[in-house]
Design a binder for this molecule. Structure first.
Ligand code: HSE
Length: 428
């Protein structure tokens, strides 16, 4: 059998331990599939003494990940430390400079430095791969770069943060408020050390920016992602949206338009009976639309030991088999710099109003909508006991600018008791 592929593993948290388990438990299977053994030569982590439940005795221990990344006895540097820069970036750069292939799960680092790192990897003639960085165990990068390579991609969208989906689905299913479910998610260890990465949409925004680059052949532009988190989603909106046949999801959508690259990560309404609407708990879903294939839906675990390690090993196995692919599916230098679209594609909107209950109030509201050119598709007023009348509307497709103009007009009528809530309805 050929020479083994030797891994240097930096970061022995959940995912690192998962990679060790796969390499140890599936040694025969990996060797048979790759035509050569896949071995771990050396590891690095912050604490040497911590019991991780796996046998590390056969591996060299290296304190400094940069030293690990450049060792003569490794072929692939597996970066599982995380962090946008710092040791992860330093070690990745060192590995590339030393002619090592790199496999990473680090979405933050790639969303910011992906272009430079991909160019460096190409110049050094090594692979830089990151399947585990996007949607955990779902092989979405393979799907886009390989299986769908013959398609012009029209739209990529998905739920790519399991923690947010867990929070939103529990709020709906159990009728509990955001703060309570957030506290549960924290107790369960679902949230990142900085919870804003999850609930602020940043983690999912990183993933969307990476997918958009592959889908559209554009340079990664995380700063161009329009970001909005789930912190302001109320149980009222979840329940009212459900009543109108929708579910609220933190949805990422990317499309290349004549107006530029549209990348949005924001709470959206989707039909409750759609695959995205049906997605429960911490599961992820990515939907890809190609001109030839139509719509492809990928669903799976977006985080956790086994799923994320599975994605890491998919990249490792490509390298072991000698299969080479550019980081973003085409040469980094050929990726184009496209400006962010200034305005999102028009959509229908959910509009929740709390109005004074008095004669002529609805007349004023519909007048403000008409003045802004926004047309109503559906409308409901709920029975109520006090003087505040809850009114829900679904608009016809409109631009966000027109809708904002309408909301200004609605507020100016003086008949609203709370600021109107508007949430985009994404056609899925
Ligand atoms: N915190 C992420 C999630 C997983 O909840 O999906 C890592 O990106």
């Amino acid at each position: 059998m050929s020479k083994p592929l030797r891994l240097g593993l930096a970061g022995l948290g959940t995912v690192g331990v998962g990679v060790i388990r796969i390499v140890q438990n599936h040694a025969d299977l990996l060797a048979a599939r790759a035509g050569r053994p896949v071995e771990i030569a050396a590891v690095s982590a912050r604490s040497r003494s911590r019991d991780r439940g796996v046998d590390l005795s056969g591996y060299a221990w290296v304190d400094d990940p940069v030293v690990l990344a450049t060792r003569d006895d490794i072929d692939v540097f597996v970066e599982l430390m995380g962090g946008e820069d710092g040791p992860a970036k330093a070690a990745t750069e060192a590995a590339i400079a030393a002619g090592k292939h790199v496999v990473t799960a680090n979405k933050a680092m790639l969303a910011v430095y992906g272009q430079a790192l991909a160019e460096a990897a190409e110049a050094a003639n090594v692979a830089l791969r990151f399947e585990a960085a996007v949607a955990g165990g779902i092989p979405v990068i393979k799907a886009l770069t390989e299986g769908l390579a013959g398609n012009r991609i029209r739209r990529v969208m998905g739920v790519m943060n399991g923690t947010c989906n867990y929070i939103l689905t529990r709020m709906e299913n159990e009728h509990v408020a955001y703060d309570q479910v957030f506290a549960d998610a924290q107790a369960l260890g679902y949230l990142e050390a900085d919870p804003n990465l999850d609930v602020g949409g940043i983690d999912a925004g990183h993933k969307l920016a990476l997918l958009a680059s592959i889908a559209f052949g554009t340079r990664v532009n995380f700063d161009g992602v329009q970001l909005e988190g789930i912190q302001r989603i109320s149980i009222t909106d979840i329940e009212q949206a459900a009543d109108m046949g929708f579910r609220i999801k933190l949805l990422g959508v990317a499309r290349l338009t004549g107006r530029g690259l549209e990348q949005r990560m924001q709470p959206c309404l989707v039909p409750a009976d759609s695959p995205l609407g049906q997605l429960q708990a911490a599961t992820n879903m990515v939907v890809i639309e190609g001109d030839s294939v139509g719509q492809v839906v990928l669903r799976g675990a977006g985080a956790g030991e086994g799923p994320t390690a599975s994605a890491v090993m998919g990249d490792v196995m490509d390298i072991a088999r000698g299969f080479r692919l550019s980081t973003f599916g085409q040469k980094a230098a050929s990726l184009v710099d496209v400006q962010p679209a200034q305005a999102a594609t028009p959509a229908a909107f959910y509009l929740r109003l709390t109005l004074k209950d008095a004669p002529g109030v609805l007349h004023k509201i519909t007048g403000a909508l008409a003045d802004a050119g926004v047309s109503i598709d559906r409308m409901r007023q709920y029975s109520h006991r006090d003087t505040a009348a809850p009114v829900l509307m679904v608009t016809h497709k409109t631009s966000r600018a027109e809708l904002d103009h309408a909301i200004e007009g609605i507020v100016a009528t003086g008949v609203t008791l709370e600021h109107p809530v508007a949430i985009r309805i994404e056609e899925v």
